[in-house]
Design a protein around this ligand. Structure first.
Ligand SMILES: Cc1ncc(COP(=O)(O)O)c(C=O)c1O
Length: 418
C-alpha cells in the first residue's frame, strides 16, 4: 500500500492586496482625538459645531425625532427606492417653484447620504453607457475638489480627469480654465459640479459665470452631476443655494443628476440620509431610469437606512418644522459667517503683512487659507491646531473661545517663516 503526501503552501487570495493609507481627513480626526492638549482645535473634518465646540442637534430635527418616537418607532425595511415622502420632499425642495413642470421627468431614489447618491449616479451612468463607449465617457472633476470624488468615480471604472478650477496665485476661481475644459470635453462627458460651497476652495461661480457654464454644457451636450452637499447650509437661504441647479434643469432644460445630502444641512452626519434625483428628457425615460436606479440599489444595499430618512421626511413634510429648519440653517450659516469675519479680523491684527482678502471672497463651511504645508504642520505639531494639509479649514471648528488663539498662532508661524 502506498501513501501519498501532499504538501500545502499557505497562500492568500489577498497576497496581492496593496496597503492603502487611511483617508487623510479621517486620520487627522483620529490624531486630534488622542491629542491631550487642552488648547487643541479641530479645523479638519467638515462637521458643524456650536460656539462651545459641541456637535449641534438641530431643534427641527430634535422635534421630528420626538414625534417619530412618540408615534411608535418600528424597524421594518424601507422600499428599495426609499421613502416616497422623502424622495418627493427633496425634489420639491430642490426645484422649488419649478417642481411641478419637472415632476414627470424625474427619476429619484433615496441614497446613503451624499457619497451614496454620487455613487448611485455614477453606477447609473455606467450601466446606461454601452461597453464600447465606457472608456471614452470621462468623468471630469474640479482641481481641487472634495477628496473622495476621484476615488469614488475611479472605483466605478471611469477615467477621472481633473480640470483646473482654482488659481493658486490669485487665490480665485479660474473661470477661463473651467470654460475651456467644458469646451474641449467630448459630448456626453460627465462633469461633477459643486452646486454651492465648493469644497475645499469656498469659491463658487457667480450667476453670470453659471450662465456661461450652462450655455457650454447645453451646447456641447455634457452631463452635469451636481454634488449638492451644502444646500441651505452655505448661505442660510435654500433657494439661493439651489439656484444653479434650478437654472440648469428648469430654465435650460438640461438633463442632469442632483446628489443631495442631509449630513451638513440637517446635521444627520451619521444617519446617512441622501437622495439622487435624475432630471431626464421625458416621462418614459424617467420611468425607465428610475427602474435602473431601483435595480442598482437592490444589488448594492437592497434598501436604504430608515431612521434618519424618517427624520428628514418629517421635517420636509410639515410646514412648521420646515420653517424651523430654515431658521436652523440661518443659525448655522450665520455663526460660520461670523467666525469667518472674526478670523479675518484676527489675521489682520496678527499677520497684517499678508493679504487675507481671499478669505472674505470665499463662502460656506470652508476657508482655504493658502498656507504652505510646512506652516500647516507647524500649527499641528506645535500649536495643536489641526487642518487639512492643503490648509483648508472647517470654519465651523472656530468659536469665540478659540478664534483669537488660531489667528495669533497662524501669525506667529508665518512671522518666523519670513
Ligand atoms: C463636496 C462634498 N460632497 C459630498 C460629501 C459627502 O457627504 P456625506 O456622504 O457625508 O453626505 C461631502 C462631505 O464632506 C462633501 O464635502
Amino acid at each position: 500500500m502506498s501513501t501519498t503526501t501532499t504538501t500545502t503552501t499557505t497562500t492568500s487570495l489577498f497576497s496581492s492586496a496593496p496597503y492603502i493609507p487611511p483617508d487623510a481627513i479621517f486620520a487627522l480626526t483620529a490624531q486630534y482625538n488622542v491629542d491631550p492638549s487642552p488648547v487643541k482645535v479641530n479645523l479638519g473634518q467638515g462637521t458643524y459645531r456650536d460656539d462651545n465646540g459641541q456637535p449641534w442637534v438641530l431643534p427641527s430635527v430634535r422635534e421630528a425625532r420626538k414625534a417619530i418616537l412618540e408615534n411608535g418607532l418600528y424597524h421594518e425595511y424601507l422600499p428599495i427606492l426609499g421613502l416616497k415622502g422623502l424622495r418627493d420632499g427633496v425634489a420639491k425642495l430642490i426645484f422649488g417653484g419649478g417642481y411641478d413642470a419637472l415632476a414627470q421627468k424625474l427619476a429619484t431614489s433615496q441614497a446613503v447620504s451624499g457619497t451614496g447618491s454620487l455613487h448611485l449616479a455614477g453606477a447609473l451612468i455606467k450601466s446606461v453607457t454601452p461597453k464600447h463607449l465606457l472608456e471614452k465617457r470621462k468623468v471630469y472633476i474640479p482641481a481641487p475638489t472634495w477628496s473622495n470624488h476621484h476615488l469614488l468615480f475611479s472605483s466605478l471604472g471611469f477615467d477621472v480627469v481633473p480640470f483646473t478650477y482654482y488659481n493658486a496665485h490669485t487665490k480665485s476661481l479660474d473661470i477661463d480654465s473651467y470654460l475651456s475644459a467644458l469646451r474641449s470635453a467630448e459630448p456626453a462627458s460627465v462633469f461633477i459640479l459643486h452646486a454651492c460651497a465648493h469644497n475645499p476652495t469656498g469659491l463658487d461661480p457667480t450667476v453670470e459665470q453659471w450662465k456661461e457654464i450652462g450655455a457650454i454644457v447645453k451646447d456641447r451636450g455634457l452631463f452635469p452631476v451636481f454634488d449638492a452637499a451644502y444646500l441651505g447650509f452655505n448661505s442660510g437661504d435654500y433657494d439661493a443655494d439651489a439656484w444653479a441647479i434650478r437654472y440648469f434643469a428648469a430654465e435650460l432644460g438640461i438633463e442632469c443628476a442632483v446628489c443631495a445630502s442631509f449630513a451638513k444641512n440637517m446635521g444627520l452626519y451619521g444617519e446617512r440620509v441622501g437622495a439622487v434625483i435624475i432630471v431626464t428628457a421625458d416621462g418614459t425615460t424617467a420611468r425607465n431610469t428610475q427602474s435602473v436606479l431601483e435595480s442598482l440599489q437592490r444589488s448594492e444595499i437592497s434598501n436604504p437606512p430608515a431612521f434618519g430618512a424618517r427624520i428628514a421626511e418629517t421635517v420636509l413634510g410639515d410646514e412648521r418644522l420646515k420653517g424651523l429648519w430654515f431658521e436652523d440653517l440661518r443659525t448655522m450659516s450665520g455663526r460660520i459667517a461670523e467666525m469667518r469675519r472674526a478670523l479675518v479680523e484676527g489675521l489682520g491684527r496678527y499677520a497684517p503683512e499678508h493679504d487675507w482678502g481671499h478669505l472674505v471672497r470665499q463662502s460656506g463651511m470652508f476657508g482655504f487659507l493658502g498656507l504652505s504645508k510646512e506652516v500647516v504642520l507647524a500649527l499641528r505639531d506645535e500649536y495643536h491646531i489641526y487642518m487639512a494639509d492643503n490648509s483648508r479649514i472647517s470654519i465651523a471648528g472656530l468659536n469665540t473661545g478659540n478664534v483669537e488663539y488660531v489667528a495669533r498662532s497662524i501669525g506667529e508661524v508665518l512671522a518666523r517663516e519670513q
